[in-house]
Design a protein around this ligand. Structure first.
Ligand code: UD1
Ligand code: CA
Length: 471
């Protein structure tokens, strides 16, 4: 099978029905903009050139393409006069092309590469082919008027007669044409229709009248056809794609207790025997190794987690967690957190921009910011790494096998040497040498009889008197 000469992706429309300041094709589904899904699908067919037609919000769309799809070309459609006009705009910059050109909308993220491959086969036989689907509710889509195996014309929902509206076979907005036939036909489009636009769909009728057969490939899975024109369709496409992604990972050996409650971006990856409990979001470039248990109620974005670690009720962003780590519940790991193998970050612990060495533990109620902690160290409950002086952030270094007493304030910049201790409740502003105990507390004094004198009529005083009597 010969390759495609070119692909044209239509992405210049505003997407009025989205009511958004963001161009429609940049709205994300499963972590990637609509346009990104379409371009990834197209790339499976390796067209010699891909041209994206941009117009509305073109600077933002161009910026996205520059950062994620460097090799695509763009054609600018200054005024959006319809899908036919968009393709004319693209073709104007592609004069030298011969062979087959794929045309696809930037707002149909669920089309599969397999359907496109089937379409190429039919296009080879006919010089033109349209991808269709049968929908229970075809409202809003162009209807496919057939003559046996071929299309006679496509009629837009807004222009369809009552009997045409009953047709359930719809145009997915994906076509393959022989470039030469397309060039000869597309110049004859007119805008005599309810939207006063040049419809690409009218090319089909013009070709048929010129005795060019337009073949049909029907999507086996009709959910592929969904076009995103409004927020409800955006949510539906998220739902369908999410189900596909979750099923994919279950097939690869991931257990999900309640798959409907698990949100996984298309960019996240898992090894086998990962267990995902209810209500988890695994986003961005998250990578989860074998045997990890996640959730319930955990959200990880751009995180790496090593083998057999457990994360319970954890929120983490851009954090790296080693193997056999215990995280949670109610733990917040912010960018730059590195938890090495066998570490623990327990309940109500927040960590950012810090390295926690092998086997070290931050079990309860602590804030660790801008720190380097060695191996085998324990950070007592309610310790705060005081990293901010009101103007600048400073770094703290804690060595190996250190014992930081509960409620220690480590005022940065400060260094605690290997094997050192700090006494509970100390505010540490000076370095503690290796093996030393850092204490910063006034000596305790007890004022005898204070309660009976100052709070004479209180329950506390009654209890104190009773204790005195019973002595
Ligand atoms: C289009 C088809 C319809 C099909 C449906 C499938 C036409 C006339 N209609 O309708 O038959 O069932 O897709 O989803 O083609 N665009 C441009 N420039 C323009 C207008 C649109 O680049 O001037 C782009 C849009 O950004 C979008 C795509 O073309 O990505 C489709 O446009 P849209 O307005 O969504 O067409 P539909 O009404 O959905
Ligand atoms: Ca559409």
């Amino acid at each position: 099978m010969s390759q495609l000469s070119a692909a044209i992706v239509l992405a210049a429309g505003e997407g009025k029905r989205m009511h958004s300041s963001t161009p429609k094709v940049l709205h994300p589904v499963c972590g990637v903009p609509l346009l990104g899904h379409v371009l990834s699908t197209v790339s499976h067919l390796s067209p010699a050139q891909t041209t994206v037609v941009i117009g509305h919000g073109k600077v933002r769309v161009q910026n996205y393409l520059t950062s994620e799809f460097k090799n695509v070309h763009t054609a600018i459609q200054e005024k959006q006069n319809g899908t036919g006009h968009a393709v004319q705009t693209a073709l104007a910059s592609m004069k030298e092309f011969k062979g087959l050109v794929l045309i696809i909308s930037g707002d149909t993220p669920l089309i599969s590469p397999e359907s496109l491959k089937d379409l190429i086969k039919v296009a080879h036989q006919n010089k033109a082919a349209v991808l269709t689907a049968i929908l229970d509710n075809p409202d809003g889509y162009g209807r496919v008027v057939r003559n046996g195996e071929n299309v006679t014309k496509i009629v837009e929902d807004k222009d369809a007669s009552a009997s045409e509206k009953l047709i359930q076979e719809i145009n997915t907005g994906v076509y393959i044409f022989d470039v030469q036939s397309l060039n000869e036909t597309i110049k004859n489009l007119n805008s005599k229709n309810s939207q006063n636009e040049l419809y690409l769909t009218d090319v089909v009728e013009l070709m048929t009248k010129n005795n060019i057969n337009v073949g049909i490939v029907k999507c086996e899975d009709s959910t592929e056809a969904l076009g995103v024109n409004d927020r409800a369709q955006l949510a539906t496409s998220q739902q369908i794609m999410q189900q596909r992604i979750n099923e994919h990972w279950m097939q690869k050996g991931v257990t999900m207790r309640n798959p409907d409650s698990v949100v996984i971006d298309i960019t996240a990856e898992f090894e086998q025997d990962v267990f995902i409990d209810s209500n988890c979001h695994l986003l961005g470039n998250t990578r989860i190794a074998k045997g990890v248990q996640i959730g319930p109620d955990t959200m990880l974005k751009d995180c790496v987690v090593g083998e057999n670690s457990h994360l319970l009720r954890t929120t983490a962003n851009d954090a790296k967690i080693g193997a056999n780590a215990e995280i949670g519940p109610y733990t917040y790991l912010r960018p730059g957190t590195i938890l090495e193998d066998g570490t623990k970050a327990g309940a109500y612990v927040e960590i950012k921009n810090s390295v926690i060495g092998k086997g070290s533990k931050v079990p309860h109620l602590s804030y660790v910011g801008d720190a380097t902690i060695g191996e085998g160290t324990n950070i007592g409950a309610a310790t705060v790494f005081v990293n901010y002086d009101g103007e600048k952030k400073h770094h703290t270094v804690v060595g190996d096998n250190v014992r930081i007493g509960s409620d220690t304030m480590l005022v940065a910049p400060v260094t605690i040497g290997d094997g050192a201790y700090t006494a509970a409740g100390s505010v540490i502003t000076e370095d503690v040498p290796s093996g030393a105990l850092g204490v910063e507390r006034t000596k305790q004094r007890n004022i005898a009889g204070w309660v009976e004198r100052k709070r004479a009529n209180s329950k506390s005083a009654d209890s104190a008197r009773r204790a005195q009597r019973n002595k």
